[in-house]
Write a protein that binds this ligand. Structure first.
Ligand code: NCD
Length: 302
């Protein structure tokens, strides 16, 4: 595998994705703390997060440290030179001399690709605006493989399909696996037309109502309304709280159906769902560790 950076899920071929998921499986006992490995000893990772993050930033740190590597974190933007007006290009040029790999989250679509052009070391896109979030996609696929099945998967993508980078990233991979995709969203949060056209050429995809497909799908992939990407508060308020997965709607689901969510959740999944066997979102967040171990191992071990 000749991966230099991981910017978009398009950077990976299907067999490379499968390989990374297999590698993640090997790292699972290390992620669980049951086995010790030091493959990344002597390596240093920089977390550069220009947007809030809990799971992505921490699971990269945990993955790196459990494999013997080390991590430096950029402090809040107000406390770094960004506040003095430093450009992203300059920050990247300097940080890439300090460390062996950079994990970047940025509000602007295209920021990670731009950063990669200025970096001497691998750049991993941990989310660029409403663009891509490829490491989330890999952990989503790993979760599907472990808790459901990737083969002939029937999946509903629910919620904010307009701004969710996790959806924009995952849907490309689902097309590679020829999944049958249902889009469930309020009209104003529809999947962008250009993405829909790309996916339509590759696999079966259609807009649907949750009630009509709940007894058919294997996975319900629920997303948060991406409030921070709305042009104004009023537009957000029009759709806020417009969908919710609760025990009532789940009465019609197959018993093997699983519910996923990249988290954080606001109110799109009722907390009463958490204790049911459908709920896999916390397990999904844990799988971020072995999957990010596999990605770091692949990018760094040369
Ligand atoms: C997602 C993100 O940042 O895109 N979070 C994550 O990485 N797990 C989803 C979200 O913020 O809603």
């Amino acid at each position: 595998m000749k991966l230099k950076h991981l910017i978009s899920i398009d950077d990976l071929k299907k067999d490379e994705i499968i390989y990374l998921l297999e590698l993640a499986e090997e790292f699972l006992p290390v992620a669980e703390g049951k086995k010790i490995r030091k493959d990344l000893e002597g390596n240093l990772l920089a977390n550069l997060f220009f947007e809030p993050s809990t799971r992505t930033r921490m699971s990269f740190e945990v993955a790196m440290k459990r494999l013997g590597g080390n991590v430096v974190n950029m402090t809040a933007q107000e406390a770094s030179s960004i506040a003095k007006g430093e450009t992203l290009a300059d920050t990247i040029k300097v940080v890439s001399k300090y460390v062996d790999v950079i994990v970047l989250r940025h509000p602007l679509e295209g920021a990670a690709r731009f950063a990669a052009e200025h970096s001497d070391v691998p750049v991993i896109n941990a989310g660029d605006g409403a663009g891509q979030h490829p490491t989330q996609t890999l952990l989503d696929l790993y979760t599907i493989k472990k808790e459901s099945k990737l083969d002939r998967l029937k999946i509903a993508l629910v919620g904010d399909l307009k701004y969710s980078r996790t959806v924009h990233s995952l849907i490309k991979a689902l097309a590679l696996f020829k999944s049958e995709i249902f889009l469930v969203s309020p009209q104003s949060l529809n999947l962008p037309e250009e993405i829909l056209e790309e996916i339509e050429r590759k696999t079966k995809i259609e807009k649907a109502e949750l009630e009509d497909i709940i007894d058919y799908v294997d996975v319900l992939y629920v997303t948060r309304i991406q409030k921070e990407r709305f042009p104004d508060e009023e537009e957000y308020l029009k759709v806020a709280g417009s969908y919710k997965i609760d025990l009532n709607i789940l009465k019609k689901a197959k018993s093997s159906t699983i519910i996923m969510h990249p988290l954080p959740r606001v109110d799109e999944i009722d907390i009463s769902v958490d204790k049911t066997h459908y709920a896999k979102y916390f397990q999904q967040a844990f799988y971020g560790v072995p999957v990010r171990m596999a990605i770091l191992y692949e990018l760094l071990r040369r």
